[in-house]
Design a protein around this ligand. Structure first.
Ligand code: HEM
Length: 222
């Protein structure tokens, strides 16, 4: 346990496993959001199931632990790497160029983290949190109405899309790197894994972006 936290490779393993767990959450969250485009009634039913129920609260706590572990290990690992490299720039071999995303994982991660705090204030605080602590005034609107109201403002939708672009860059490198760390790192799969990571990151980004884009135009058409 001590080794996992203290060693560089230990932190990388923890980051990979927590990262894969967060990607699975994103795929679930994205699929749930897409329901809203087809039926507000079904979406609100799902929100009810994921509201102030003991199993939903346990899932939220596990998710929060996953986010904290991932962020703390990411910051520690980057600081450790910077110290080890000293004044040297990222080493670039003659054949492979280090991608922009790979060099900026910490900055991208922090943009996603601070965006997440705003996002939780926009929705989770007004839904599950308000439900749990019976803050009636916050609970007046249904989940679907909260989402539709927020994204009827094109400025908000634009900010969310910028946030999703940062998420895309973070995921293209993050998924690939996690899969390598957990052992899928032979030569044949090197480029295939890069392609698979790009596909998963793109599906997640487009799946999330559809909702703000749809409700921005929905407000204009109405
Ligand atoms: C732009 C599309 C998105 C929409 C419309 C959306 C909507 C929502 C809503 C309505 C909730 C509250 C659900 C509830 O409490 O029952 C929520 C919670 C949450 N969202 Fe999003 N979300 C989006 C993108 C994202 C992204 C990109 C991330 C991660 C980077 C994210 C992370 C979370 C987390 C961690 C929670 C709390 C989950 C929990 O309570 O267990 N969301 N989102």
């Amino acid at each position: 346990m001590y080794w996992l936290v203290m060693s560089s490779i230990g932190k990388k393993i923890v980051m990979s496993i927590s990262g894969i767990f967060l990607v699975l959450f994103l795929l679930f969250h994205m699929s749930m959001n897409l329901v809203l485009i087809f039926s507000t009634v079904t979406y609100d039913k799902i929100c009810g199931i994921l509201g102030a129920n003991w199993y939903a609260v346990i899932a939220t706590v596990i998710l929060a632990i996953g986010v904290v572990v991932h962020v703390v290990c990411g910051v520690l690992l980057t600081l450790q790497n910077m110290k080890a490299r000293g004044a040297d720039e990222y080493k670039v071999s003659c054949k492979t160029k280090v991608e922009w995303a790979a060099k900026n994982m910490l900055i991208l991660g922090l943009v996603i983290f601070f965006g997440l705090i705003i996002h939780l204030q926009n929705f989770w605080y007004k839904m599950q949190f308000a439900d749990l602590f019976q803050l009636g005034s916050l609970d007046d609107k249904s989940g679907s109405q909260l989402v539709i109201n927020l994204f009827s403002n094109p400025i908000y939708s634009f900010i969310y899309i910028l946030w999703l672009v940062a998420l895309w860059f973070h995921l293209t490198h993050g998924i690939w790197s996690s899969l390598q760390t957990v052992g899928l790192n032979n030569k044949i799969w090197f480029c295939r894994l890069k392609l698979i990571s790009n596909i998963i990151a793109t599906v997640i980004m487009i799946g999330f972006a559809v909702v703000p884009i749809y409700f921005t135009f929905y407000a204009f058409i109405k």
